[in-house]
Design a protein around this ligand. Sequence first.
Ligand code: NAD
Length: 333
Amino acid sequence: MKKILVTGGSGFIGSHLIDHLLQMENVQVTNLDNMDDFYDRRIKEANILPHLQAKNYEFWEADVFDYKLLMELIDDSFDAIIHLAAKAGVRPSIRQPQHAQKVNVEGTLNLLEIARERGISKFVYASSSSVYGINKRVPWREEDTACQPISPYAATKLAAEHLGHVYHHLYNIQFIALRFFTVYGPRQRPDLAIHRFVDRIHRGLPIHVYGDGSSMRDYTYVGDVVQGILGALQLQQPGHHIFNLGNNQTVSLKALIAAIEEVVGKQALLVHLPPQAGDVPLTCASIEKAQQYLKYQPATELKQGLQHFYQWYLEWKHHRETMPDEKPLSKIG
Ligand SMILES: NC(=O)c1ccc[n+]([C@@H]2O[C@H](COP(=O)([O-])OP(=O)(O)OC[C@H]3O[C@@H](n4cnc5c(N)ncnc54)[C@H](O)[C@@H]3O)[C@@H](O)[C@H]2O)c1
């Protein structure tokens, strides 16, 4: 039996990962998540509801910042930590840099300390393409050390990768940083562009387009990213590893909006605004290393992924509208 601690397992990517882990044989999953109020808690409750039925699943509502509580909860029976909990997003980190630092850097340090204390020798970490920042050498490769972050969020993600290197070097913990590239799909966070655009286009409201629409992103479907995380879980080589989990098919903002219009069946009303501080003009992944070591092979076309998202969006909207006064789940665990 493999025992895996997933932090942030109630969120967008974490809940998809747990869907898959719970299908595997001989795997016991513990989700540690504080259900923070960054976005509607009811989305997270809906994400974990099916998991709560599973015998091989446990949920701890806890904060990665609470080291004392983590020490009480996490014993030496775990084989791996997959650390996804974070204060995610560039703009929130510009508004509250100290908070981003506390959760993303100190929270990660707490978990690394727990891994050391408890002899948990495998640590998979959710890093971000944003660590490359304004590095102009594209496609971005993991071995290029000239990361130039331009937001507090990106800097916290890079700092946590470096802490991982320290814990690998000093304590021989296998540390795998996965740099996710703009992940999308069902349950996507409401602050992210695809979710916002679909919502507003669906409701006939105007959308804000920052810049001239030429900014480029490597949109990566959540199901493909989960395959990459599972590949990292299988990786045996000890060390400090970094892998890009992108799609290597960079799409312009204009093309993204056109694809959403097609999926939603409505034309977008555009309000053009200047580019936002902290946003990089381009993300573009080299995925050769992940293909080689993690058997990572992103397979979902943008249009197909957007259709999956739209389907989920309609179901979630219907659920929310028909049960507006639902009581939130209180602490479960
Ligand atoms: N979604 C993307 O495009 C993307 C891109 C790059 C990196 N990432 C990283 O992937 C990870 C997951 O992102 P996501 O999009 O699923 O975000 P998400 O916000 O949906 O999930 C994060 C989860 O962490 C939990 N959390 C936040 N603070 C916590 C704390 N202090 N203690 C315990 N739990 C806490 C939240 O409640 C949430 O359920 C994050 O580390 C994020 O930085 C995401």
